[in-house]
Design a protein. Sequence first.
Lengths: 205, 205
Amino acid sequence: MTEQIPDIVISRLPVYLRELTRLAEEEGKVNTSSHELGQRLGISSAQIRKDLSHFGEFGKQGTGYHIGYLIDQLREILHLTQEWQVALVGAGYLGHALAHYQGFEHRGFHIAWVFDNDPAKINEEIDGLIVRDVADMDEVLAESGVKMAILVVPASAAQAITDQLVAAGVCAILSYAPIHLKVPAGVHVSYSDPVVQLQRMTFYL
Amino acid sequence: MTEQIPDIVISRLPVYLRELTRLAEEEGKVNTSSHELGQRLGISSAQIRKDLSHFGEFGKQGTGYHIGYLIDQLREILHLTQEWQVALVGAGYLGHALAHYQGFEHRGFHIAWVFDNDPAKINEEIDGLIVRDVADMDEVLAESGVKMAILVVPASAAQAITDQLVAAGVCAILSYAPIHLKVPAGVHVSYSDPVVQLQRMTFYL
């Protein structure tokens, strides 16, 4: 693929995929249109057609999109035809919630390891996963070849753990720590901070 | 304020505020520059100066920004000089994690109510908060005048709860439910879906 596709376009594809899956699995629909999808997502139909046009021709004038086909195509584009193994670092309240979360399976991800440094948590079982000592993390991750991690540690520990993850070969991190992480080029970080999200809304209140 | 400030600019202000607070409270710094702030956040100094220029002149050529002053200004711009009361709907694993999260206080928010519909959870205490019956939510919220809510319910329940929240006067919702919510104009929704965030990264792997 020679064309450089804007990040903002990529960021919408998982939302399209999620809504298409809902249409197919929960509503039993077979076809949809950019108009219907746009209405459901609060996005203009022109935007959806433009976003998808970066990757090919998925719809037909008049009949719209075949949902199953478009789902398959989006899963290929987003590299979700394989299941990604994910390491979860941090077994506090939020780490527990993520380890228990049923929404990863069937959407391309499987939490395969949980690490913590708290002796009270090490060897604890969470939903079939045994919490491992973070001291063993380098070795476990290097052997596993894992590429993705979810970081649920205090801000004060987040950069050091990130450095360890990157050294072990992780190149995509979803971080819940309320701090900006420094990573080398080629490593992707996505952030989730509920306070930042709330503060973005209070501006408008 | 007559100028329409782009959403993307607003979305960066909480990140600036978070990093400035870190500089002041954890590193004891008094002054900073757009260059230093940009380096720490992986954002260009020109971008930071341009973002802040929408709101006034906060720095001085040569000496940069007085951190305490800029923090105060950002808190005013983002309407964080008051503490916002927040209703949390859903007391599952993630709801528990959010109810326990210490990061809301001192950053402008206080979870004041927790609701659930599960008899096993109603009346449970989470960190000093008693889980209330969601059947009482309309009344409690209308009396309280609360404007903000965090939604941690299954996708299947999210729209109905959203409609209730909006009817009770809530106009800003942070939703962890993996579904797009329909809300009337003037109501703000921010989404957090770990799978969407992970899928945005697998494209690049």
